[in-house]
Design a protein around this ligand. Sequence first.
Ligand code: NAD
Ligand code: APR
Length: 228
Amino acid sequence: MRPITILTGAGISAESGIATFRDPGGIWAQYDIEDVATPQAFARNPELVFDFYNMRREKVRGAKPNAAHHALGRLQKSWPGPVHIITQNVDDLHEKGGAKVIHMHGQHSTALCAACGHRWPAPPAMDLHDPCPDCRQPATRPDVVWFGEMPYHMERIGEILERTALFVSIGTSGAVYPAAGFVRLARAAGAETLELNLEPSEITPLFDTSRHGPATELVPAWVEEVVA
Ligand code: NAD
Ligand code: APR
């Protein structure tokens, strides 16, 4: 059966109460990327970066998966072929909705040792002085990919996109590369492309079909169509 590849962005978690980045009042309207989401920011003021990610983790902690997350969990279980879900999100709502996903921007739920690469479950409040449980060095950082860093799992993502027959983008503005370029790679592989987003995005013109509305309505309806 046709392999399906799904890319999700902050929009799929919006109706779970987690702010997106570029919508009015979004995270980048409240914080400057240069202060909290670059390696330079972390070198300059690690406490500020830890405060930002501890606050983001706190906001995500109580969030519940919504009908869109659950629909993708159902699709992965019922589709007879591969369903790869690649998310730009660092929350765990896909997992809570029953899906297995590839986190290309990392995850709030893990801490990373910048010295030895060890990962462990993130404590509620991460601190620069937390020694790494493995190498004991005080090199703890959020396990989140910052602007200017390479996303995780890119080789595997490239292989997935080369083989996909249907590429679906859900809840992303198409503002950040390389994720925003995935639709081009899928088209080059001959895939059919579909965008499910609240409103037209920067990459809407690249899709065969675009549907606009809330993810909690569009995604379950699309999954019912596909598995029917
Ligand atoms: P980019 O140049 O691809 O970013 C493009 C978009 O990001 C811009 O259109 C703008 O919307 C936003 N942006 C980038 N820098 C900004 C700034 N200083 N102020 C406001 N908006 C800004 O990003 P990049 O530097 O090439 O980095 C891309 C890499 O960083 C990718 O690997 C991506 O996975 C990663 N990344 C991770 C996060 C995160 O928080 N996890 C955020 C962004 C990018
Ligand atoms: N249903 C569907 N789509 C929605 C909803 C909703 N309820 N609410 C918002 N959206 C759409 C918006 O129209 C917008 O196109 O979700 C998109 C959110 O875009 P961004 O805020 O830019 O989030 P995202 O695309 O995930 O950002 C990409 O940038 O800063 C980095 O690491 C960050 O992974 C993020 C990356």
